[in-house]
Ligand binder design. Structure first.
Ligand code: NAP
Length: 492
């Protein structure tokens, strides 16, 4: 049986807490993959102190040399893609095709950040005085705390660790408690790529212990969080008291707006893949379809047909379309929302319960679910479910569609399906989301393109792409006077 341990100051340590958490295959709860040793507060503190000590030398390593380590990491990820994907499917439950996609995206991010280390540039600025100029330098913060969720347990840690290291910070990484296996493997690979002792520390521990320590410890100079809005806002308050930079990507309730003149088959296919793919456990998952009345009946009947056609099962089986919910708590949350939808008066068209059948007996499987005639005030129209549940809201026209789509506390992703250029342009200009898609799913992203949301979804600088290193660096401005003489007059 594998034991997952924290990695502190260059050593895998045995926790003194005595507390362990089983790592359970969500497709088959009889399959215990390993046990995580949950760290104590003192151990989390030791990880922060190790990162603090290591910063003194790591900040002096030239940025291109730091980037070189990331290049080696990207190569190793490429070589071990299948092994990483299988571990991810085993632990988190997504299908093997989805897992391969996640590993590839993570590899692309590391590759991109390796290049960004060589482009860690400032600007040179002229002065109003002769023989004077100014320039800017980007510098790391010091110790950064990175707290990540379970739903992309390879890609999300990597899209925080790689830019943090490229910019010269040292890291304390706290993964979600239910995905320790992928976290340990990633850290092992960063070490093999040459990341020195103390520069990258892993704390396997609960949010209320290890996460809380990261939020409070004075040596942590910036915190990047991805997870629920509830935890993110709580952590924001904690971190704000210390006046340090904070970045958070949180919940979503992403709408697609389906207009009369769209290609309806395309709209159905992309809405279904956005809603049910990855078991609905993507922050960018489609959870609301806002559909104009004239095509609503046709849209609804096609999407129900599509939802019923998916094959559920273990993600290891290449024939599987949809894997299980990640764990018992998430499984129960999704079932509870299905009941809430029924109680609130939405029309259940398919799904709405635990999935049964051969091979599904011991896993957290739920049926892909479509609710019709959902109204904007219902909880299934407003709250993030994080399961394969689609709420269809019928509207009379684009005006009402915009009102309904924007009537939401979150603002991560969105999509429009239409062939009318003017309507598409209006949608793009008026939709309140950090990312939007035209005739494509609400999900997906690319390593070189910034990612993130607005409203209750996102706080701080965007992750990935040209903005990757913004959060992880400070700007220093340097004024140079090359005259060698006492200045006459002043600069204001
Ligand atoms: P979560 O419950 O908020 O947990 C996220 C992380 O925070 C975990 O590592 C968790 O540790 C830790 N944590 C819990 N309590 C904490 C505390 N008091 N202080 C500091 N850290 C604490 O979220 P989740 O269930 O793992 O992930 C699902 C959520 O993530 C969804 O809301 C989804 O939309 C969001 N998400 C957003 C994006 C985006 O880019 N917008 C991407 C992916 C996911 P434990 O595991 O030990 O509790």
């Amino acid at each position: 049986m594998t034991t997952y341990r924290s990695y502190i100051a260059g050593r895998w340590i045995d926790s003194t807490s005595g507390k362990t958490l089983p790592n359970i295959n969500p497709a088959d709860t009889n399959d215990i993959i390993g046990h995580a040793q949950m760290c104590t507060r003192e151990e989390a503190r030791a990880a922060i102190e190790a990162a603090y000590d290591a910063f003194k030398s790591w900040r002096k390593v030239p940025a291109p040399t730091r980037g070189r380590m990331l290049t080696l990491m990207a190569r190793a990820m490429e070589e071990r893609k299948e092994e990483l994907a299988q571990l991810l499917t085993h632990e988190e439950g997504k299908t093997i095709a989805e897992a391969r996609g996640e590993v590839q995206r993570a590899t692309n991010v590391v590759e991109f950040c390796a290049g960004e280390a060589r482009r860690f540039t400032g600007e040179t600025l002229p002065s109003e005085l002769p023989n004077n100029w100014a320039y800017t330098i980007k510098e790391p913060h010091g110790v950064v705390g990175l707290i990540t969720p379970w739903n992309f347990p390879i890609a999300i840690p990597v899209w925080k660790i790689a830019p943090a290291l490229a910019a010269g910070n040292t890291v304390v990484f706290k993964p979600a408690s239910n995905t320790p296996a992928t976290a340990v493997r990633l850290v092992e690979m960063f070490i093999e790529a040459g990341v020195p002792e103390g520069v990258l520390n892993l704390v396997i521990g609960s949010g209320s212990v290890a996460g809380d320590e990261i939020g409070n410890h004075p040596a942590v100079r910036a915190v990047s969080f991805t997870g629920s809005s509830e935890i993110g806002f709580k952590l924001y308050q904690q971190v704000a008291k210390r006046g340090i930079p904070f970045q958070a990507e949180m919940g979503g309730k992403n709408p697609v707006v389906v207009l009369e003149d769209c290609d309806i088959d395309l709209a159905v296919e992309h809405t279904a893949s956005g809603a049910f793919g990855s078991t609905g456990q993507r922050c960018t998952a489609t959870s609301r379809a806002v559909v104009v009345d004239k095509i609503a009946d046709a849209f609804v009947s096609k999407i129900v047909e599509r939802a019923k056609a998916y094959k559920l099962g273990s993600g290891m089986d290449p024939a599987t379309d949809i894997g299980p919910s990640v764990d018992e708590a998430q499984f129960n949350t999704v079932l509870r929302y299905m009941d809430i939808g029924k109680e609130d008066g939405a029309t259940l068209l398919c799904g709405g319960k635990r999935a049964e059948g051969e091979g599904l007996e011991n896993g957290y499987f739920v049926e892909p679910t479509v609710f019709d005639h959902v109204t904007p005030d219902m909880r299934i129209a407003r709250e993030e479910i994080f399961g394969p549940v689609l709420s269809v809201l019928r509207v009379k026209d684009l005006d009402q569609a915009m009102e309904v789509a924007n009537d939401c506390e979150y603002g991560l992703s969105s999509a429009v399906f239409s062939n009318d250029y003017n309507d598409i342009t209006r949608f793009v200009n008026e939709i309140e989301s950090g990312m939007t898609h035209v005739n494509s799913p609400t999900t997906g992203g690319e390593a070189h393109i910034p990612f993130g949301g607005i409203k209750a979804t996102g706080i701080g600088a965007r992750e990935q792409g040209s903005t990757s290193l913004d959060f992880y660096s400070e700007l220093k401005v340097v004024y140079v006077d090359a005259t060698g003489r006492k200045r006459e007059g002043n600069l204001y």
